[in-house]
Ligand binder design. Structure first.
Ligand code: B1M
Length: 207
């Protein structure tokens, strides 16, 4: 059963992934087993295939969508079964920026790795990041930017967290096509990831 679920996620079949998840639950497979052996293990394969150049972004996206549809079925069960979360991540695309495909992929893969995600969406201002940190007390704030004209809002978010006395309570990680490791260091972020699997590894290393 879990092998069929793995196959469905690998090929990016959203309907089959959701149906097989429901079926596995009906057959008595535990939500934790479905998550770790059926979904997280598969997204690890997706990440490895992406890193070795066997899988490309569109294939990674369809697998992420299939995993999202399985997670929709599994999420209530996971909450009910009280599986402990690895931590909480507030994520958003920065002010002025509408690009959300990469941010969504990072959020989905983090969710698959066991993190609670508070997704603030796109065009998120420094003030909204601060409010979300005050409200949700996350372990990590993750910012995405796809434009050279919007990545410049990232230091403002870090400064706003500092001004609100929250900077020491969260790790700040950044990513997106124009963002670099040097830029992360320059603006005082705690880490940079250039793709979704690396973002998961980075967040794991910080929490
Ligand atoms: Co726009 N766009 N776009 N666009 N767009 C780019 C980014 C661009 C490079 C295209 C180009 O000119 N070659 C260019 C930016 C140039 C620059 O600033 N250097 C550009 C431009 C100019 C614009 C507009 C200004 C165009 C215009 O209106 N004149 C405009 C801006 C709108 C705005 O935001 N205010 C615009 C609009 C759009 C659409 C709305 C049409 C659409 C976005 C739809 C959407 O997201 N819902 C769009 C798209 C689709 C693109 C391209 C073609 C694809 C982006 C994408 O989704 N990639 C893009 C060109 C390109 O990248 N090839 C382009 C797939 C995605 C999986 O990758 O987002 O890089 P990516 O995410 C990766 C990593 O970056 C990383 O992990 C992800 C997964 O591996 N990552 C993180 C991302 N966020 C992370 C956060 C982390 C860690 C890793 O936190 C720790």
């Amino acid at each position: 059963m879990l092998n069929l679920l793995k196959e469905a996620v690998l090929k990016g079949d959203m309907t089959e992934a959701a149906e097989l998840t429901s079926q596995a639950l009906e057959d008595g497979v535990s939500p934790g087993e479905i998550l770790s052996d059926g979904l997280i293990a598969t997204m690890d394969i997706v990440g490895q295939e992406f890193e070795s150049g066997i899988r490309f972004i569109p294939e990674m996206l369809v697998s992420a969508e299939a995993m999202k549809s399985a997670m929709e079925i599994l999420r209530p069960q996971l909450i009910a079964s009280g599986i402990e979360s690895r931590g909480k991540v507030v994520i958003g695309t920065v002010e002025g920026d509408l690009h959300d495909i990469g941010k969504d992929l990072v959020a989905t893969m983090l969710e698959g790795a066991g993190y609670d995600i508070v997704d603030l969406g796109v065009e998120v201002t420094a003030g909204q990041f601060v409010e979300a940190v005050q409200k949700h007390s996350p372990d990590v704030v993750a910012m995405s930017a796809l434009l050279t004209t919007t990545m410049v809002f990232m230091p403002g978010v870090i400064q706003a967290l500092q001004d609100a006395g929250l900077r020491d309570s969260v790790r700040v990680v950044i990513g997106g096509a124009p963002v670099t490791r040097d830029y992360a260091e320059e603006i005082g972020a705690d880490g940079y990831a250039d793709d979704a699997p690396t973002a998961v590894a980075l967040v794991k290393s910080l929490t």
